[in-house]
Design a protein around this ligand. Sequence first.
Ligand code: ZN
Length: 609
Amino acid sequence: MKKINQKKQAAVQYTIVPKDLAGHLFNVSVTVALPAAEGQVFALPAWIPGSYMIREFARNIVRIRAESGGQPVELAKLDKHTWRAAPVAGPLTLHYEVYAWDLSVRAAHLDQSHGFFNGTSVFLRVLGQDAAPHQVDIQRPGDPAAAGWRVATSLPELGAKRYGFGTYLAADYDELIDHPVEMGDFALASFHAHGIQHDIVVTGRVPNLDMERLRQDLKAICETQIAFFEPKTKKAPIERYVFLTMAVGDGYGGLEHRASTALICSRVDLPSTAAPKTAERSEGYVTFLGLCSHEYFHTWNVKRIKPAVFAPYDLQAESYTPLLWLFEGFTSYYDDLMLVRSGIISEGTYFKLLGKTVGSVLRGSGRTKQSVAESSFDAWTKYYRQDENAPNAIISYYTKGSLVGLAFDLTIRAKTGGAASLDDVMRALWERYGRDFYAGASGDGRGVTEKDVEALFDEVSGLRLKSLFDRYVRGTEDIPLAKLYAPFGIKLVDERKNAKPSLNIGVGRDPLGAKLNQVHEGGAAHQAGLSAGDIVIALDGLRVNGAPSNLDQLLARYRVGDTVPVHAFRRDELMRFELTLQGCVAPVVTIGVAPGTRKTATVKRPSAS
Ligand code: ZN
């Protein structure tokens, strides 16, 4: 963090007030002390870092006007997210309304229960002044529903008291938009991890929320990660960290920031004080902790160690990088690993989670067509805009990327006799590119290129790892987990012959029957002529009712190789298909008990019928 002269007026000043809770409107103003002589240009980002899709946030600006010294100033719109004000001598102010009704971690949301915003949704960028200090006055809404509201954000306070409305100060625009803000009547707990204050904020009704359990578990995870990157000093790269959590009926997601994360989760996944003290952490709670672990790991990996094209970000258009397998995939590799290392889950649970990842990677034939480097590059139009054909066309740089991490880790550990590991590579990336990223002026930090990454892997491991990059990063080869695990006494068994009969589809619910969300290439449904979108209503003359387990129950009475008639609606036309049941398209893998080890786990196919 840079030192800012706090006595000087910030060059760019914003106010934001939740104006109409029922109408979901924030009123925002931005004042520029010294606007550009030729006419000041303003722009709202087209995307938010961490979520690689053009979202065109400016479409939510409802009304906008400019003034200077109380006089209206002409404002011309240049494109979908850019305006230019006519030249003025004195300070220039823009007033605008932002519609905020997107209950996700990526945009802004406002109603009587809370307000949430990312700076990318509400703060117009003042072109030419990105590097100047940016001040924001977050004002309490007048609505009586908001009388008890507090503010949670990792933005540094200026006039505001901690958790209060008032003024906050960012060193530059990049920092301003990297601290999301939550306001409401939230649950709050704090802990210190290696001397650094961490806040957990939970918005949304959660009966008997066990904040103490969250506090203890998150502390263990955060301390493990701080010590991972800085084993000697245990120095966190932050002055404070905030977990902003929205608990809803059904939701899952997170977005990383430099000193906080915005999370959305299902309230049933959060721990309850009503549960017995000795109760094991539920599967849903472990999933939530995995999400927290993932976003926290990003504090180092992607918020400070960054792809070169993100240093600085170009927020007006797509920023292409072939490296998301490293920034998202390796973060996914370490998120669960950090849960084991901090004692949150057992090794057995870890292998179960790994098994799910292996299954989801092996399920789709897209893995044979797109490499993780290509998947990273095309995230904007493919991974983030998946259609029904996604399993047959693309690979996830998260799941396959995490297996690439595992492959590198096992290879380095095996070939160096345990002297080095992927941990050393991550620490070298941190020391060289991450640790001082925000030490200089904005955008000074240096990102990493593909060449840097590959050279660093070889240097740190003392090995020549080009063939792994060729095969698993730039190529589409499956990761040979059995071979890679063998030196560690962990055995993988192909159990294809025991596979249950399957249609090889992804299935969703419909009032009429089972709706095919995906049809896997080469699978039974594909070969019989069924298509995504078809609604299967009968199997061998028996009704398929659309209940989640119904199709599985019907299929359970058959063998792989049996042929059955299937009736389905395509649009409003009834069609009949002869379908020969297959086993799974992808192999089923079991990590079995190997001689001399206690590590066991089963890798199951995901429950697609
Ligand atoms: Zn991530």
